[in-house]
Design a protein. Structure first.
Length: 319
């Protein structure tokens, strides 16, 4: 029973109720909730998701406390008979036609003394979808953390920390893909990487305005548009917005190019060699090559080594 096992007072839990809970005294949680009057109304913004567009929802709120009874089928000993929790319910009474009304019943260990406290619980729960997307990028469809062969906790913690930073960048791109927030690209990528994206942008420009990057250059939305195209998004307004896995794939391609640049480009030839790598990559026509970066680094590496030798020879000759 997770509610009875908080590590210490610094931890709190928040969960949505999927099945009704028995309470101390014999009643059910939902029955108790129905006896409490709604005390406040507020309009909240619902972010765009793969299964729904962004929209506003006007919600009615009520909150209270209840003591959840220990489930009878638990085998663990030493648990209390019940745990006192706060609950918050929000209901959308007037949803748009054809839209399923929003209805959340939430349980939390946070103490609630006002409607403001209860709305804060709702605001935290709104982040659930983004948290799920974060773990989606970290796991099977992204970094595959669960496939790690590491057995020592300190090493696994370092691996998770590195992957978490990369996953956070993916989610930054997801959140800014529409250009609603004027964030700079430097929040997620370095100046050199911004130059890389600028060189790649011409590869994806179409003949019409609708097929071109609509966002201000060097903005995070501008970078997201290019990286999504690298990840396989077609860019048409009729298509679904690019999701986290599309951005993950796009960033993988960028990372391959950046790794080659850092390994094979001496500082003295930085600008020229950097531009050459991007031009070489931009000329790749095969979709198979784009989809499998491991198939092209060998040829790029060989060409780079030839150009490096020529560059060094010219430098020695000038001396």
């Amino acid at each position: 029973m997770m509610w009875a096992h908080l590590p210490d007072q610094r931890f709190d839990l928040l969960s949505r109720v999927m099945h009704d809970h028995a309470l101390i005294g014999g009643s059910k949680l939902r029955d108790v909730v129905e006896t409490v009057r709604f005390c406040d109304t507020q309009t909240i913004e619902l972010r765009e998701r793969a299964d729904r567009p962004a929209r506003q929802a006007t919600l009615c709120l009520r909150f209270g406390q209840a003591t959840i009874r220990q489930p009878q089928n638990l085998r663990e000993e030493g648990l209390p008979d019940g745990v006192r929790l706060s609950w918050v319910e929000v209901v959308e009474p007037d949803a748009p036609d054809g839209v399923e009304p929003l209805h959340w019943l939430l349980l939390t260990t946070h103490a609630l003394s006002s409607a403001t406290d209860a709305w804060q619980i709702v605001a935290w729960y709104k982040q659930r979808w983004m948290i799920e997307q974060f773990f989606r990028v970290m796991k099977t469809q992204g970094f595959k953390i669960e496939d790690s062969q590491l057995q020592l906790a300190p090493r696994l913690e370092k691996l998770v920390a590195i992957a978490a930073k990369a996953a956070a960048i993916v989610l930054q791109l997801v959140q800014d893909r529409s250009g609603g927030d004027p964030h700079p690209a430097s929040l997620a990528v370095s100046p050199h990487e911004i130059n890389t994206l600028a060189a790649l942008e011409s590869r994806f420009k179409g003949k019409t305005k609708l097929q071109s990057n609509p966002h201000p250059k060097a903005s995070l939305a501008w970078a997201a548009w290019i990286i999504a195209k690298l990840g396989g998004w077609n860019g048409y307004a009729s298509s679904k917005p690019s999701g986290p896995i599309t951005f993950f794939n796009g960033l993988k391609y960028c990372a391959d190019g950046w790794a080659l640049r850092d390994r094979y480009m001496p500082q003295s030839f930085g600008g020229e060699m950097f531009h050459w790598i991007i031009c070489f990559w931009s000329r790749t026509k095969s979709s198979d090559q784009r989809a499998e970066p491991s198939r092209w680094p060998g040829s790029v590496r060989a060409c780079l080594q030839v150009r490096l030798r020529k560059g060094v020879s010219r430098a020695q000759h000038r001396r």
